[in-house]
Structures are given as C-alpha cells and as structure tokens.
Design a binder for this molecule. Sequence first.
Ligand SMILES: Nc1ncnc2c1ncn2[C@@H]1O[C@H](COP(=O)(O)OP(=O)(O)OP(=O)(O)O)[C@@H](O)[C@H]1O
Length: 489
Amino acid sequence: MNGGKWVDPAPFEGVRPRVPWWVLVPGKVKWIAALVALVWLLVVGVVRLVLVVVRYPVVTLVPVSAAWCWWRFGLSPLVLALLSLVAALTIWAALDRGSFLRHGWYRLVTEWRRATVYVPKWRSVMRLADLAKRDRGREYRPKLRRVRSEGWRDRVRVEMVPAQSPEAWELRRDGLAHSFGARSCRVRVLRPRVIELDFVHRDPLLRPLPVPALTDSTEVDLKRVVVGRIETGRPWRLRLLGSQVLVVGVPGAGKGSVLWSLVWQLAPAVRAGLVRLVGIDPKGGMELGQCPDAFDRVVYDNGPEAVALLEEIAAEVKERAARYRGVRRLWARSTGEPFTVLVVDELADLIAYQPDKQLRERAVRAIQTITSQGRAPGYAVVGLVQDPRKEVVGFRHLFSTRVALRLDEPQQVDMVLGDGVRQRGAAAHEISENTPGVAWAKEDGEREPERARAFHVTDADLVELSVFLADAKVHDFPTRPDGSGEVAA
Ligand SMILES: Nc1ncnc2c1ncn2[C@@H]1O[C@H](COP(=O)(O)OP(=O)(O)OP(=O)(O)O)[C@@H](O)[C@H]1O
C-alpha cells in the first residue's frame, strides 16, 4: 500500500489474449443473428434467381422445362414437344411476321445481346468512359437496367449515379456506340436519374414510303397531320393548328416530299373548302407549279406580287385575331372560316436574297406578323429553306415545329433544332444522300426530337392529286347527228 493506493508488486507483462467481440455475445443472440443472416442470404438468392428468370426468360425457362419434360416423360416426348414448338413458331412467323418478331424473336435477341454484349462490357466501359466514380474507396457505377432489342436498335435503360447529368452521357455517345458495337448512340431522359440509351444498328427508314390512298374523308386532324413514318414505325405527325412549320434541307434533301405529303393529306379538306392553301414559289413555279390546283392563290415570284400577297394575309390575320379576341382562343371548324396554310418555298428568296431592300423589309414584317399572330386565328406558315443561317431566317424561333432534313454542317443542325438537340443524337448532318425525305423533327416544348421519313410523292402522285383537286368538269361527248347520244366506235 502506498498512501492508501494499491501498487501491483509484479505487473503482468505478457500479451493479453484478444478475443473477438462476438465471443462475448450471449449464445442466444448468436443463434438469432445466424438465423437472420441465413434468411437474408436466402431472400437475396431467391431475388437474384427471379431477376435472372425475368431478364432471361427464354434461355432459362425453355431448358428448365425441357429438362423437366425429359425427366418426367422421357426423350421421345421431349423431341416431339420441341418439334411441335418449332412448327408452331414457323407458322406464327409465316402468319404474322410483325408479332412474331416483336414478341418472339426480338425477346431472344434481347437476352442474347444483354448476356453477350452489355453485361460483360458494362463495368469496364463505365470505368474507361469515366462514367463510374470513386469516393472514399467506394465505387459508384451506373446501373444497367432493362435491355430491349427491337432489331434496328437496342434500348438500354440506365440508372445514373448521384450528381450525374444526362449531358455527361451525351458527350460520350460516340465512345459508347463503338464500345458496344453499334452504329450510333442516342440519349433520352425517362425520369429523374433514369436515362435510356438507344444503340442503333441499322436504319429502319432506308426504303421510300409510298403515299397512302387519297380518301374522301374530310376528317383531317390539323394538330396531327400524318406526313410519313417515324423510326419506330408509328406515323409521323406534323402539327399545323397552333403551330408554324419550318422545313430546312440542302438541295435534294427532300423538302418537296414534306410539303407535298402535307398537301396530300390536306387534299380532301382543301376540296371541301375547310382548308385553304396559299402559295409563294420564288423559283418560278418549279415546286408549287407541279400541282397548282391545290392552291387557292399562288404567286411564282419573290417580287411585289408576292409581298402584296403576304401583306394581304397579314392583314387578314390581324382582322381575324381582332374578331376572335375575347371570344375564342384557337381557331376551330365551327367558326365556319377555312384554316389557311401559307406555303413559302425558298423563304430566303423573299426575306434575304431579295435585292430591293424595301420589298425585303415588307416581306419580313408581313411574315413575322403571320407567324407570331397567326396561331389563334387559324393561319399556319410552312416555310421551306435551304440555308438556316441567322441572316437568312432571323426569326426561326417563331416556327414552333422545325424539321431538319439533310444538312451540311453540325452548326446548321443547332440553328434549326436548337441548342443541345444534336448532342442528344439528332445528327441531321449525318443523314445519307441516299435517303432523301429523312429528317429530324422537333416541336417546341418536347425534349426529344423524332427521326422520320416523309412519304415519297412522285410525279404520278401529283397528277393524281391534281385530278382529285381539279374542279369537276362536264365534258361534251360527240353525239350522232340523229341525237341518239351514242359515240361511234
Ligand atoms: N421522301 C422521299 N422518299 C424517297 N425519295 C425522295 C423523297 N423525297 C424526295 N425524294 C427524291 O429526292 C430527290 C430530291 O427531292 P426534292 O426535289 O424534294 O428535294 P428538295 O429538297 O426539294 O430540293 P430543292 O431544294 O432543290 O428543291 C427527288 O428525286 C425525289 O424523288
């Protein structure tokens, strides 16, 4: 003892044995923890198994069913079942190829591509493309979700890592396409944190589309006029009511086909007087002169006559707008007034290349009035242009629907479709010369642009259109002198 304190005469100097903490946990708790861990492992295993079956239903369920069939009934019934399956699939493919591809073949392709392309390469591509991030020793890797193959493209759903934006993926589109063996890659945002990558393997718009048959039905929906087909096979619809349309493309890109597809679909309504077409063709009638019967009025010039027509329409727009003010917000059939579509081929000839400054300025003012105020009173402008530069169409923003056919430079795509749309994949400057009529279209307010092809309206179709739209004429047939009315053979 030292002043009331205990002093150990011989302190223990050996290494104290270190026992793991769980040794100290009471036995009962250990048993419960082991049970919970076992159940957890079991649940994880079952969930993983279910996920594998959900992701690869064909390659898991078919062999498992075959094995069960063999074990239960023997080899001969199994062979018979497999032959019946092949026969059923062949009949299905022969009877309805579309549904066989969609629900049968593409499912198999989906599983194949997921298992052989996306899963094996995902981790390394994400790391090399700098899309996976490390923080405090933990790796944050984008998650590969659902894969769907549609033949021409694979849709790969991805859950981004925190703090990642779709722009990071848009910047790496080319690298991703090469890494996963696709021709191109596009990025679409589905919802917060989830994007879908389209890996495109071939162009579904390679073949020209014939125009549909002309009908007598005047029930054309001016908000969704079908002018062709989009990549997925659905109709390509252009909005005329409540919108202004700008179509841009280099010579030979197929601007004419977009224009005539519109006119073709409007033809029954034009014939019934529900829609009025007015045209200006500064190329002297090279384009609109192919079917003048479609137009209520048409001017083949970019001079005073064309400007006077524009000013007349601008005045009509103002007058109708004044009448509608406070009564209705948007034109409707019930007004009894025709919906007017002003078609201007080579818009730049009127508003940029016209050498007379006064005429040019008057044309710009009139077109600006029609595009900015024409929406509500039922006036739509369809402007066709080869060159989208600012000096040429300084008020591109007034056109709420913009169509970019084949263009020369990437900057032109930005000018037509707006900033950032090309980065998402709308590469109008990469459209092939061999596919005229293919375009990227974008409506204001919609994030994603659509790739589509307009109907191919041939010269023969235009003759048919002229006949359809020409006023009914009564022809006098030669009659016999006796007045019997029979035509001599
Ligand atoms: N949708 C289409 N499908 C198939 N071929 C098309 C299509 N559109 C146009 N073509 C063909 O491409 C060629 C050029 O088309 P078009 O004259 O319409 O181009 P454009 O852009 O109007 O040219 P320009 O500016 O010189 O008038 C024509 O031979 C036409 O037959």
